[in-house]
Design a binder for this molecule. Structure first.
Ligand SMILES: [Zn+2]
Length: 112
């Protein structure tokens, strides 16, 4: 499907560089349906909608929310970046992301 995507407003990425871009309408829709992704948010920029979410909690959240057209694509990804703002959230996301990757990376790479 092509065509209806407007100006990118929100980008969701994962550690492998997979990315998904939402336009303003889609991102409004998403945040409205999930109450701002609150329940799945691990760490969020105080000044925009950029945030790190856990995939497990996100799946639950989307499950409990009204149907969202791109939910299936979304649950593969974990890192939300607000493209509509030019805030300095690098200062937030770098340490936050490290901590997060560390915690999850260690757990994921260690054989059980
Ligand atoms: Zn920000």
């Amino acid at each position: 499907m092509t065509g209806s995507v407007g100006t990118p407003a929100l980008e969701i990425v994962d550690d492998d560089g997979e990315r998904l871009v939402f336009d303003a309408e889609e991102s409004e829709h998403l945040f409205a349906l999930t109450e701002g992704l609150d329940a799945a948010t691990v760490s969020a920029c105080p000044r925009c909608r950029s945030r790190i979410v856990t995939v497990v909690a996100l799946v639950d959240l989307l499950d409990a929310s009204p149907p969202f057209s791109r939910a299936e694509e979304l649950v593969e990804l974990a890192d939300v970046r607000d493209l509509a703002t030019a805030c300095g959230h690098r200062g937030w996301i770098d340490p936050g992301h490290d901590e997060w990757s560390d915690a999850f990376g260690t757990r994921l790479t260690q054989p059980r």
